[in-house]
Design a protein around this ligand. Sequence first.
Ligand code: ADE
Length: 285
Amino acid sequence: MSAQGFHGLKRQVPLKVADGRRPLGVLAALPEELGDLVAAMRAQSAVESITLGRREYHVGLAYGVPCVVTLARVGKVAAAATVSALIHVFDVEAVVFTGVAGGVGDAVRVGDVVVAQTLLQHDLDASPLFARFEVPLLGRTHFAADARLTAQLANACEQFLAQQGAALAARFGVSDVSGTSSTRLPQLHQGLVVSGDQFVASASAHAALKMAVPEALAVEMEGAAIAQICYEYGLPCAVVRTVSDTADHAAPASFEAFLATLAASYSSGILQHFLVAYQPQPAGS
Ligand code: ADE
């Protein structure tokens, strides 16, 4: 199906997914960050792929859950536009974002997993008109991930790390060019994830970010934009990030190696655990 007939899509697509159940939106920025999810959907049942705004939206069942799966591409604008289409065209009941991030929390290492409880745009600054980080006219700096969906996602991460953590740790040496020990088991962290339209890749940028937002655990380029749009539409969202680098001088090489070797294993495994146990949104929410 093409984008033609845009207005018809909103009514048609969700009904095709399954028995009137609204689908779950699942997205990532880059293909490696989505893992094998679309292939797993195709192996399970028919998948309809719809092109809209230069993105492909894959509609079908993933581990029994009606889903619309897509790639946002990189940055806050791309993320906001994509999640907007998921809401308006595909009528998703909730949104889950998966991908990699730079670790900035003191205890956060390459290979760890961070699940967002709140998100903030670290590059948003309309001061002195508005407080630093405040989204003008929304009156808030932080956007909360949905507690119920986030608990499901964190459970999936815990299960995944319990099963795969040791095997993954043995592979860190391949990707972690910053010299972090490869024997430590990957850990799950929950807290603040910050987003901006910058790849943070120097000691000075890392230090400035920590000074500005000391409680940040991870930095990436999409999550807070998704959380803002979901807040505006009253839709639950959850964000999980695997730490590919530590947002310093070694970040470009660490990011590229992690993306090439490990990102897909994390996303595939976490999403499988999450979707197998997925509890849909309560009726009427
Ligand atoms: N995603 C992964 N690593 C990142 C970094 N260092 N800065 C921004 N986004 C990232």
